[in-house]
Design a protein around this ligand. Structure first.
Ligand code: NDP
Ligand code: OXD
Length: 320
């Protein structure tokens, strides 16, 4: 456990943002939500020793270490691998991850879209359209189709809730045992083969950790029933994409929907761009929107300032 820093000072906090994309909007909304703070937007971080809180998505390695008096780091993502893989990440500090209704809604929407698209053969119809072929395919019932969610956390359970009204058979896999109404729950490595062998559409929503990196190798993917599809919206390195290729080629896997990739942006020359059985999206399943997320971070900073710890502190020993 991290110790709450001595944060009970009267000095207004200095908050440094490294938001990537819409940083101007983040800066503006942050200043509105926390007028008492001094908000510094990257690259204008000024004297780094003065910074109290860093709020970041994917800062350059070493940047956080150079802020010597930080009280806490806030991840702009639900995942934190992009921060803690920095060998110089200040591991003694509390790291707060993003849990936000906007993110949960976005993910539920996106995975529903992906699963329904595959279930209703949209990728195949796109190919037929490209070659002007009128080729109706046999429709399957949702109640005969099984969706398995790897990772039954905040986003995984939200996805299950969104898919439930469609009538799919739902299952999930997590590290600790769970009982969730309407979801057949599997736990731990020993139950992974049983879980995989009962899944037609596999949704990957695990954090990237030492335990999950490369988890979906050729052997585990082959445990899926013939014709299964995989939707990876977690992190690229969880799926061993080169080991998935032969299974796509021999028809064991029917489709891969890849929102996340080993290298992002996905290199121009990667085979997956042009594969008929692969849908590529550019890591857009669920964005952290400043409109909903700013207030959450500000509340977290205020908790620290009052000598308390906010919820959602990452357990660095588990990596998520
Ligand atoms: P949570 O921490 O809430 O949930 C993670 C789930 O994975 C938990 O159920 C956890 O089990 C399970 N898990 C972790 N390690 C293991 C393991 N070794 N074996 C079995 N189960 C394991 O995370 P979120 O749901 O908030 O987010 C999931 C991931 O989604 C993020 O880490 C991020 O990588 C990705 N993401 C992708 C986005 C995109 O746009 N593509 C957007 C947002 C997030 P337990 O419940 O027992 O702890
Ligand atoms: C996240 C992401 O982790 O957007 O939030 O990938």
């Amino acid at each position: 456990m991290t110790q709450p820093a001595d944060t009970t000072t009267s000095k207004p906090p200095i908050v440094a943002l490294h938001a990537g994309g819409s940083s101007e909007k983040w800066g503006r909304l942050f200043k509105e939500a926390m007028p008492e703070a001094e908000v510094r937007n990257w690259p204008e971080w000024g004297n780094r020793d003065e910074i109290d809180y860093a709020v970041a998505w994917k800062p350059p390695f070493g940047l956080l270490k150079s802020c010597t008096n930080l009280k806490a780091v806030f991840s702009l993502g639900a995942g934190v691998d992009q921060l803690i893989t920095d060998p110089d990440f200040p591991r003694h500090l509390p790291l707060v991850r993003m849990i936000d209704s906007g993110l949960e809604e976005g993910m539920a929407e996106f995975v529903t879209l992906a699963v329904l698209s595959i279930h209703r053969d949209l990728p195949a119809y796109r190919l037929s359209q490209n070659s002007r072929e009128w080729e109706p395919l046999e429709q399957r019932l949702t109640r005969d189709s099984r969706v398995g969610i790897l990772g039954l956390g905040k986003l995984g359970t939200g996805v299950a809730t969104a898919l439930s009204p469609f009538g799919f058979k739902l299952s999930g896999w997590s590290r600790s045992p769970k009982v969730v109404d309407g979801i057949e729950c599997y736990t731990g490595e020993e139950e992974l083969p049983a879980f995989l062998s009962n899944v037609d559409y596999l949704v990957v929503l695990l954090p990237l950790t030492d335990e999950t990196r490369g988890l979906l190798d050729g052997i585990r993917l082959a445990m899926l029933p013939k014709g299964a599809a995989v939707v990876n919206v977690a992190r690229g390195p969880i799926l061993q994409i080169e080991e998935a290729l032969p299974l796509l080629q021999n028809g064991h896997l029917s489709h891969l929907w890849l929102d996340v990739h080993h290298v992002e942006p996905l290199p121009q020359d990667h085979w997956s761009w042009a594969h008929d059985k692969v849908t590529i999206t550019p890591h857009v399943a669920a964005a952290t929107l400043p409109e909903t997320a700013c207030g959450i971070i500000v509340s977290g900073i205020r908790e620290f300032e009052q000598g308390r710890e906010p919820a959602n502190i990452v357990d660095l020993s588990k990596g998520y």
